[in-house]
Design a protein around this ligand. Sequence first.
Ligand code: NAI
Length: 736
Amino acid sequence: MSYKTLNIEVDGDGIALVTIDLPGKSMNVWDADLMEEFAKWVDEFVADDNVKGAVITSGKASGFLAGADLNMLGSGSVGKGGKATKEDQFNSAFALNSVLRKLETGGHTAKALTKGEAAAKPVAAAVNGLALGGGLELVLACHHRVVADNPKIQLGVPEVQVGLLPGAGGTQRLPRLAGLQNAAMLATQGKPIDPNTAKGQGIIQEVVPADQVVAKAKEWVKANPKVAQPWDKKGFKFPGGGGAMDPRAAQFFMAANAMAQRETNHNYPAVRYILSCLYEGSIVPMDTAIRIETKYFVKLLSSPQSRNMIRTLFINKQAAEKGEQRPKDVPPSALKKVGVLGAGMMGAGIAYVTAKGGMDVVLLDRDLEYAKKGKGYSEKIVEKGISRGKVTKDKGEALLARITPTTDYNDLKDVDLIIEAVFEDPEVKADVIKKTEAVIGKDIVFASNTSTLPISGLAKNSERPDQFIGIHFFSPVDKMPLVEIIPGDKSGDRSLATALDYVRMIKKTPIVVKDTRGFYTNRVVPPYLGEAMIMVQEGIKPALIENAAKTLGMPVGPLALTDETSLSLGHMLMTSTKKELGKDYKPSGNEELLEKMVVGLGRHGRKSGGGFYEYPEGGKKHLWQGLSEHFPVADEQPSLEETKERLLYAQLIPAAQCYAEGIVFDPQSADLGAIFGWGFAPWTGGPMSHIDTIGLENFVRKAESLAQKYGARFSPPEKFREMAKSGETLYGRKAA
Ligand code: NAI
């Protein structure tokens, strides 16, 4: 039998070396071909008396096996969406589980194995690189597991991050090897661990030098001709307790459930189902346990949460890799050296991510001390990375060597791109643009990181407005994945292509947005934060507001976020908008509170001593008690549900407005911007996806009722009313 995805060599002792090597791919994944061929090989292996055992390894330098091909999940060919019956769905999702079970039992029944009437042929995994999801699950189904000694190798089950669970035995073999607690941590958080940690937890047996993994695995196979997994042996016990009626297990599940409830508010069914798999699976034998796992897996596969999260992953990949919005006829930009102007908070971060992306950076400030301090930011990150073993010393030093601090404009002579992050002052920016254009090449793109000044206005200071564009980062630059790209009214195709190419090189997610006040995210976030402030003014308890937002899946409450971004910034924006718009200014309703907090009480936010919260030195932040003196708590409080709804729609409405007004060009951009820009709950797939999930008609109805109760700011955009009427959807799918 010959295979496309497997290479099989049987040695003189009858030991098969099975090398997984997907043709034309840089990494192995469980795709349809591998699934089919692996199942065939297992059948052959079990039946062929000439083959005594096997070692499974990978032919890729990049790793062992990275899990399931998400294209397959996205297209619904696993667990089939649409018309497939429940039974079809179960069977297709159970396929890999049954193959792996056959591998570990050698095709014998569990009963025969436990009684010692039969034994399986030994199979060892020789793991030379990362093994994630279905990749690790294959490793777990082997009887012996040898991994290369490299702290960078990731072993884990990240499925929860796309709203799924490890559905190829992971929720059953992990607790049987590492105990319930370790398994619960690995599967509900989805974070990978390194080989030595995995060995410490009992998940793998050997960590050996990379060039010995196969030899060591073979050695074990030869020394152990007849085997069975521990759970197929008589008297098996879960490490650390577990199994039917074990009081420690019961205690553990109570605590784990409470924690899941607290941390995710059960917004993620995946976490709940993983715990159910662990619990229900721990009181039955393996053959039943994997069926339980598949049952929950299929439920998740058809849940809107998982569908949304998988889709977000795809849209993000597309935005980052393909760049639908990149003008096609512009050749790829060769960016080797980038000039970053202004080495303050933003410039320093931009310099770091640019150097990390492999480009040289000229970091210019008005004072050499400031420029050096800006580079110091990278030095700190690199030092930390080295001390934690995340970056090698060589790589870290090379990164730093790419950043040159300066005050001399002549150093910008041979750069391929400029990113400006000086003070948010039109005059300072105009001066810097002029000085830079005097030295850089005639065809070099100039990008501004301004957060409030219109790009078209700034471009007026440029001699080459077609090469002028906005590249808007978020703070902290090294952590925030989103970048907004803002073409001005004269920006040409080459500036847009260059900006997109650059963002791809620094591995961030770009969205292209229209040149309007606040662009996209800064149009949506202020009304949301504003709503929380209006609620405080109305006497709603701050703790209720914060809690409601977290229950929605936001990483922090809106009052904490306001403190982070600073109340004075909010106040400044309000004052400047009022001034600019004059009589056209529409009050947001939180003006009184901002005025009182900033001007009256001097509470500016976290960096300047406190805002809605107090930040005691060395202690934990807590809500500021004094607030109720100025904004008394009302006797009657709204329900959690109502508070949640208001905070949700305070994001949905402005996001919908941005889409309706063409500030973002498609629902995908609106959703990516929300998830990666301000932490909109990922399981919703973003605000547009969420509106689709609840249905446009329901969205419009709810928005109208909120508008009646709280004001016109909740009115749904006309375009959405029309879409609801004509039965259209944003992503072209019906409500769940
Ligand atoms: P910052 O005040 O921390 O840094 C500005 C830097 O520019 C300072 O190091 C300053 O010395 C330098 N600078 C000022 N005038 C200069 C000149 N003529 N020539 C050379 N260097 C000069 O400010 P930050 O926060 O880094 O903001 C920079 C830009 O980024 C602004 O346009 C801001 O609106 C924008 N931005 C800020 C965000 C934030 O969260 N702080 C987010 C996104 C954009």
